[in-house]
Ligand binder design. Sequence first.
Ligand SMILES: [Fe+2]
Ligand SMILES: [Fe+2]
Length: 317
Amino acid sequence: MINRWSTLRVDDADVMDLGVIDTPSLGRHADALASRRPGPRELFQRWDAQQWKIADIDLEKDIQEFRTRVPARLREELERLIYTFIIGEYTGTDLLSPVLLGCPEEWDLLFVTTQASDEAKHTELMFRIGRELLGVDETPEAMLRTAWEMTEPAHRELSLIEGEIMGDVVNNPSDYEAWLRGVTLFHMVNEGVLAVSGQRLIVNLLGRARILPGLRSSFAALTRDESRHISYGCHALRLGLQEGHREAVEDVLERTLPLAMELADFSARTGDALWQLQIQGARRVFAHVGMSETFTDHVFTSLLTQNKSDKETAHVR
Ligand SMILES: [Fe+2]
Ligand SMILES: [Fe+2]
């Protein structure tokens, strides 16, 4: 086995081997892919070569360890994060159809269809982890209801904006700017800031503790799939900016990023680490899409101020 870091290790690894790759390598891999600016055709080919099966993920050791070796606080934290992904992956599957409807070119449609198949697989993997690891003997509907009840107000507010933005695409699929707004929210904020940071946090937490190999491999596989989705979103938005739709993209980011960042405050234990990962994710997608320096400075200054005042409020409480 090669121990040196190479993007080839992440590209070609089998699903259970993905779990032993360290988080910085996973992060560098996603970043290296986006920097090369692949288009939808190349991303489609990567999807074709990087298939993995839910059945290949072995959770047997994890099921034993989860109740016996995992400290109670880490277990609670993982349960909360898993519930976030149960709802996140399901909502992703649900909300991708408007993006499919408005795809501007043939290869966009083919790539986004592969993404829809990924999101369906991610959702079923989360349901399986819910059933087998958390021992939640529930139907998907009941599991989603429980997950939804655990969400914070910022999450609900974000969902309302999501419904509005995606509703506009459904009502007018040939409106390119409405579609770009949908892609900004879906690929840049939900995936490039939120999903990838949560996945990295979990891989990090488990890697340090050297436990739960199946869970770690599951989230590493999600991260590798996510690198293709985010690269696609960056490609689509770069073209959108070139075609003069900068304001629409900026507007969605201004409305949704502060809410996305608020979600990191959810946990006292890992909130800071998650916040940092989210900020790094946001900086990466801003650079890959080509957001202007002025807008980037403006957004990150206000996010840092928001974080400082949230902390001060928490302190007073
Ligand atoms: Fe996903
Ligand atoms: Fe995704």
